[in-house]
Design a protein around this ligand. Sequence first.
Ligand code: TPP
Length: 659
Amino acid sequence: MNYNRKEYSEDELISLYRAILKPRMIEERMLVLLRQGKVSKWFSGIGQEAISVGSAMALEQDEYILPLHRNLGVFTSRNVPLDRLFAQFQGKKTGFTKGRDRSFHFGSNEHHIVGMISHLGPQLAVADGIALADLLDKREKVTLVYSGDGGASEGDFHEALNVAAVWGLPVIFMIENNGYGLSTPSNEQFKFNQFIDKGPAYGMDALQIDGNNLLEVYDTVRQTAASMRKNPRPVLIEAMTFRMRGHEEASGTKYVPQELFEKWAKKDPVENYEKFLLDEVILTPKAVESIREELKAEIEEGLQTAFATPMPVADREEEIADMYKPYIQQPVAPASGAKTEKRFVDAISDGLRQSMERYPELVLMGQDIAEYGGVFKITEGFVDKFGKERVRNTPLCESAILGIGLGMSIKGKKSMVEMQFADFVSVGFNQIVNNLAKSHYRWAQNADVVVRMPTGAGTAAGPFHSQSNEAWFFHTPGLKIVYPSSPYDAKGLLNAAIEDPNPVMYFEHKLLYRSISQEIPDGYYTIEIGKAKTVAEGDDISIITYGMGVHWAKQLQQEMPGTSLEILDLRSLLPWDKEAVRNTVAKTGRVIILHEDTLTGGIGGEIAAWIGENCFEHLDGPVVRVASLDTAIPFAPPLEAEFLPKQRLREKAEAILAY
Ligand SMILES: Cc1ncc(C[n+]2csc(CCOP(=O)(O)OP(=O)(O)O)c2C)c(N)n1
């Protein structure tokens, strides 16, 4: 192997040696522990260490790195204390996730590392978000993220590279091309010849390097990063390498031809580099021995501390509380009594504008939201007022944009991501339910992101522009969900959602945009998340609902003047107001839960179950759910009318009265 030491000093070369030896020695120890049954699972990076170590060592300490399952060398190069690292592997509380996530699935802001979730792909966009925050704040920094050759087949890879290229984000996309994705060889993974062919296609520079040559990796990343700091842009680096062990230790290597092992054994990154230093007399065999002894002692000490730490004791309250960043909302009252009549759509726009004024760190992202003002015109005029940096048109890359939101939170920014229609959130689903929602629980990093969701039917827009999909998120701890039904609540809840440091799904019904209006305060105000509102007082039946359901319930009251309906607008779905539900059930004893979403698995099922468990003694009849049919949403108006629950509402109300 050819090493070109360039102008690097002996000290630098020796520190690189220590850095590459450390993960190798940890791994060798892990393999022994694995055989002894003291470690449960291990993804080996043996043979690939030069990539992790060379690239991590090349960056500045406060530049973020987003490693994968084979990048132990990133953690060791950033001097993550070994006792904590081993405690993390063992599920101990002194690790980085309080025992909640395994192996390298953690982040540490102290070390400027954001670890992966198991899903391959999503962290590429998180890197984009960190880089975007740096770019906006004019810090000359780069962010480094890894992908395997297999993981690069994921759509997230495409989205992250595309957005990085379009926005000129200083991200190094390091592809570790080891020829296999688990057992699948490259020729069954992709058809192109090499990853560097992809760079120009995205409009970015691409370099191919020998991933087993420590100095080549180090030097390339150093030079590339230096140039990117001055001239921000993404660069793809394809590091050619080979995995010397199985995908993980239990899975074997039968599918790999023996000659490949023989070929790559000759290119071992640690042995070759050591030989180079010995040949050049930069190190003596004695010095090598003493470095090994030193590292061995450090590893043993770390292991002993970790093994001596007891397994965590579960504390239920702590487990539940840690799903969210602690935050006690202090609702803000409007500064003056001035009010103006506003439509629902204008109230949302008003809230968004005032939040933009209040939070200079808030960035809006969405398709066509800049000059065009968004398809519903909510951000019309925002570019003129706040500039294109903060009001960002995005490519059609929902998953990447949501991941960028998390990356921006890591750098202390707030973001609002507008789904053009709530239906399209399905292509960004993973980022929301696995990355944004679980981040605080896993490693105490909040995702300060609001996702705006123009939702609902009634406009004959068919199955993919009409869905009510709040239940998809209701089932996901870590998220909050709000769903206003009036202009007053729309503004106050949007401001509250933006203020809240946790990820909030904000549902806005499209049919309400221009069909309702109300006098609302001109000034900034917030409404408490988690608090329902009694929209109408009554004694005969409680209708517990939200969104369009509130308006259907009001219409029903007009159709049934002889019946006294109590209408409870939940407004927040996660958390939802159990106290208010209990009070209304106790008052009327008859309950209809009404929602536009389809019946099965809808939010009504959960509320009905809770009422059954907690309010049984107050009930004078069965808890009734009224919801849309369990079908997709049809296009033609007569079919859509049959789908929606409105026309079944009266019949159900009469039935429950007669019960
Ligand atoms: C979205 C997703 N699908 C499947 C997996 C299961 N899985 C974990 S690693 C892996 C192979 C990854 O191959 P590659 O990206 O080339 O990285 P390598 O393991 O070779 O370093 C697979 C299929 C996963 N983690 N995430």
